[in-house]
Design a protein. Structure first.
Length: 351
């Protein structure tokens, strides 16, 4: 435990800042909740698989609701994603080895320009290294009989390697020392065009997205402006259930090390979510994201590059007050183009 704390000073600082913000947010208002249930923002679920990191940094899951005019809202989040895979073609001229974790520290800030118009920016800081979850995941897989043949069993716990070989050339070959730095920053302008009391999808919005090339390491960004647009909608069912959907079309560019690959320039992605209130303060959520794959076809055995990126998360949400909410999430891959396992915690508030 002491070794973990010494090796994660950023996480300690983040937790201290989050706890300080939480105490202030909770103390700033009454704990009474209004009759309208305060459904939460989407779970902190990201595709932090390094192969797809730059693709998914543009369109982040969101609600169609907007922050009230001249009000601010923020969310602090921590996400740790574990990924291990070893695949190659017959001659091994194309090969992928990834044994790593990416820790994401994310700060999202929103401002209501009008009641129906909001601007938002998300600042992510990433740490790519050996991580700390291998022992837990190995124990879990052994208990329930889930295995990753040829990968997790043959490698050391909490090891770090990122190898990507194309046509016999190692375009990425990182190991041992962890990599950290800021990733690209997406800026979003959202317009809520529907805000009805009932009917089908009574809450709906459109958004435009511009991703700023702000990454401090070439593996975390592509040094290119990316952008896109999306449609967001919600459907309440009774007073305790809410359905959420996102549909986005965004441009795609690979990190500089992979720029020679001829990828599809556009990605279509979507998110669906479900939230159910168990009590006046606590709810649980399920959320799933899927997208088209921008990579060209590789050997059939290299499923990490040929699969449709798809991941699912289950979360628990608790409201200390109407404007102070904490979320915990566990995420899992549906195929090999998404992290094997991830967990996240976040705190959100409004002022």
């Amino acid at each position: 435990m002491k070794r973990f704390l010494r090796s994660h000073p950023i996480l300690l600082a983040f937790l201290f800042f989050a706890s300080t913000c939480a105490s202030k947010a909770i103390a700033s208002e009454s704990l009474e909740l209004s009759q309208e249930r305060p459904f939460s923002a989407p779970l902190l679920l990201r595709n932090d698989c390094p192969l797809y990191l730059s693709f998914f940094s543009t369109a982040l899951p969101d609600r169609p609701r907007t922050t009230p005019a001249h009000r601010w809202a923020w969310e602090l989040g921590y996400l740790s994603s574990n990924y291990i895979i070893e695949q190659h073609n017959v001659t091994e001229s194309d090969r992928i080895v990834m044994d790593e974790e990416i820790e994401r520290f994310e700060f999202n800030l929103r401002y209501g320009l009008r009641d129906d118009l909001e601007i938002a920016a998300t600042v992510p800081y990433l740490v790519m290294g050996g991580g700390y979850m291998d022992g837990f995941i190995q124990s879990f897989e052994d208990t329930f009989g889930f295995v990753t043949p040829g990968a997790r069993e043959s490698r050391k716990s909490n090891d770090f390697q990122y190898l990507f070989r194309v046509n016999g050339e190692n375009v990425i070959n990182k190991s041992d020392e962890s990599i950290s730095g800021f990733a690209d920053i997406p800026i979003q302008l959202k317009y809520r065009f529907r805000n009805q009391a009932n009917g089908w999808f009574p809450y709906a919005a459109v958004r435009g997205i511009l991703k700023i090339p702000s990454a401090s390491d070439p593996l975390f960004g592509n040094k290119r402006f990316d952008g896109g647009f999306g449609l967001l909608a919600e459907q309440p069912i009774g007073g305790r259930i809410l359905l959420l959907t996102n549909f986005d079309v965004t441009s795609t560019h690979l990190p500089l090390a992979l720029k020679t690959l001829d990828i599809d320039p556009m990605m279509v992605s979507g998110t669906v979510g479900f939230e159910h209130f168990l009590t006046d303060r606590a709810s649980w959520r399920v959320q799933m994201t899927v997208a088209t794959n921008a990579y060209p076809k590789f050997h059939p055995d290299m499923t990490a590059l040929n699969s449709v990126p798809m991941g699912i998360g289950v979360g628990w949400v608790y409201r200390f007050s109407r404007r102070a909410t904490v979320k915990l999430t566990a995420g899992e891959n549906v195929d090999s183009s998404w992290p094997d396992f991830a967990w996240s915690a976040s705190l959100q508030s409004e002022f």
